[in-house]
Design a protein around this ligand. Structure first.
Ligand SMILES: [Zn+2]
Length: 385
C-alpha cells in the first residue's frame, strides 16, 4: 500500500500545507505509525534505552485541604545527576486510616507548557493548580512536573525560541525522558492502577502529552490541549525537537498515534488549532475508525477563545477523564480564581527544593554537563541532525 503524501491547499488564509491522506486500512496506518515512532525515537536518541528501575522519589511537605486532596513536593532522578521536580496531588480517601487500597486510583500526568516567563514556577499558577486539584478531587493521583529550565528544574536553561534551532537543543530529549520517568514514578505509587493512566497539558504541555502518548503504550488516555494542529508543531525547540522533519508543519499524525486509546483534543478559534473541527478531528476519527473506535476520539472546540489554559479548556478535560479513567463525578466547576477560600498558597510552598531539601550535590549543572551525562546514559551522541 502506498503511503505517499497528498498535497492539499487549505482554502482559509494564506497557509499551504501537505496533509496526509487518511490511511487506507489498519495495516497501512500501523506501518506508518511505526515508521513515525522509529523516527521520533531516533531524533530523541532513544534507540537503545537503558534498563531502569522505578525512581527513588523524595516526597515531602504534605499540605492537606478541606476540599479533599493533598499536595506534596517531589523530586527524583531522571537519569544519573538530573532531577525531575514537581507536585503530587492525591485524593484524600474516605477512610483516612485505611488509606487507598492497592491499585485503586487512576493516575494522570499534567504538563504545564510555556504559560509564564522562562524560569518561573509555572506549575504554581492558579490555572495549573485548579486543573490538578480538580482531577485529584475526582479521585485521580496527579503528578505535575517542571519543563526543563522552569521552576526547580534549573540544571540547564530552557531553549531560546528565537536563537536555538531544534536540532541544536537537547531540551526535547530531556523533557521526553523526564516524561517517561514521571510515568515510571506515577506507576511506582502503590495506589495507582496501571490500566488507568492519562496525560494532559496545554500548548507546549500538549506537545509533551502527544510525544509521550505516541512513544509509551502505558498511557491509556490522552488529552492534548490547544496544540494538535496540521500547521504548527510548536515554536520552541523543546517541542519541535522530537517531530519528524517531514511533519514539521504539524502534529496531526502524531496525535493519531494514540489510536485506539481514548483521546480528547481541545482546540479554539484563536490559534493554530482553529481548523481542528474540519481538518484534524476528521483525520483522527478516520484513523480511530480503522480500529472500530471512532467514538473514542473527541473534540471540544471553543470557537471564541484564544490560546490559553482558561476554565473552559480545563472544564472540557474533566468529563473526558471521568469516562476514560473511571473517575468520580466532577465537583462543582472550578472557580475562575483559584485557590478556593480555604487555601492561600505562599509563593514558595510548591517548590521541590528548599533549604531543608536542597538539590543533591551530584546534580549536573549546565547544558554541557547535562548533555554529556545524558549521552553517557543513553549510549548515543545527541544533536542528531
Ligand atoms: Zn520550550
Amino acid at each position: 500500500v502506498a503511503l505517499g503524501l497528498a498535497s492539499t491547499v487549505i482554502a482559509a488564509g494564506a497557509c499551504k500545507s501537505s496533509l496526509p491522506e487518511p490511511p487506507a486500512n489498519r495495516a497501512a496506518w500501523e506501518a506508518r505509525s511505526e515508521e513515525l515512532r522509529e523516527e521520533i525515537k531516533e531524533r530523541l536518541g532513544f534507540t537503545h534505552l537503558p534498563e531502569r528501575s522505578p525512581p527513588e522519589a523524595v516526597i515531602w511537605g504534605r499540605l492537606e485541604y478541606s476540599r479533599g486532596y493533598t499536595i506534596e513536593n517531589v523530586y527524583f532522578e531522571s537519569f544519573p545527576g538530573f532531577f525531575v521536580t514537581g507536585n503530587l496531588y492525591r485524593p484524600v480517601p474516605a477512610d483516612r486510616e485505611a488509606g487507598d487500597p492497592p491499585r485503586s486510583r487512576a493516575g494522570i500526568l499534567h504538563t504545564h507548557g510555556h504559560f509564564g516567563a522562562i524560569g518561573t514556577l509555572v506549575r504554581s499558577r492558579t490555572s495549573m493548580i485548579a486543573a490538578c486539584a480538580t482531577l485529584a478531587r475526582m479521585g485521580a493521583v496527579v503528578f505535575t512536573y517542571d519543563m526543563v529550565g522552569f521552576g526547580d528544574s534549573q540544571q540547564m536553561k530552557h531553549p531560546d525560541w528565537d536563537h536555538d534551532p531544534p536540532e541544536k537543543s537537547i531540551a526535547a530529549t530531556v523533557q521526553t525522558w523526564d516524561s517517561i520517568r514521571a510515568l515510571d514514578f506515577l506507576l511506582s505509587l502503590p495506589e495507582v492502577d496501571p490500566a488507568r493512566v492519562g496525560i494532559t497539558g496545554p500548548s507546549g504541555g500538549g506537545s509533551q502529552a502527544m510525544a509521550l502518548t505516541a512513544l509509551d503504550p502505558r498511557i491509556t488516555a490522552s488529552a492534548p490541549v490547544v496544540m494538535v494542529s496540521h500547521i504548527k508543531s510548536g515554536g520552541c525547540p523543546c517541542e519541535m525537537g522530537y517531530v519528524p522533519r517531514e511533519l514539521s508543519d504539524g502534529t496531526m499524525e502524531i496525535a493519531a498515534m494514540a489510536a485506539p486509546r481514548p483521546q480528547l483534543v481541545v482546540s479554539d478559534g484563536g490559534d493554530w488549532t482553529h481548523d481542528v473541527p474540519h481538518v484534524e478531528f476528521p483525520f483522527l476519527r478516520e484513523v480511530y475508525a480503522l480500529y472500530g473506535a471512532a467514538g473514542r476520539v473527541s473534540n471540544v472546540h471553543l470557537l471564541s477563545e484564544d490560546h490559553d489554559y482558561g476554565p473552559d479548556k480545563r472544564a472540557a478535560v474533566y468529563p473526558f477523564f471521568q469516562q476514560a479513567l473511571d473517575l468520580d463525578e466532577q465537583p462543582p466547576p472550578d472557580p475562575h480564581h483559584f485557590p478556593p477560600e480555604d487555601v492561600t498558597l505562599p509563593g514558595d510552598t510548591l517548590h521541590a527544593f528548599d533549604d531543608d531539601h536542597p538539590r543533591p550535590p551530584h546534580a549536573l549543572m549546565g547544558a554541557d554537563a547535562v548533555k554529556a551525562g545524558l549521552e553517557a546514559y543513553l549510549g548515543v551522541p545527541l544533536h542528531l541532525n
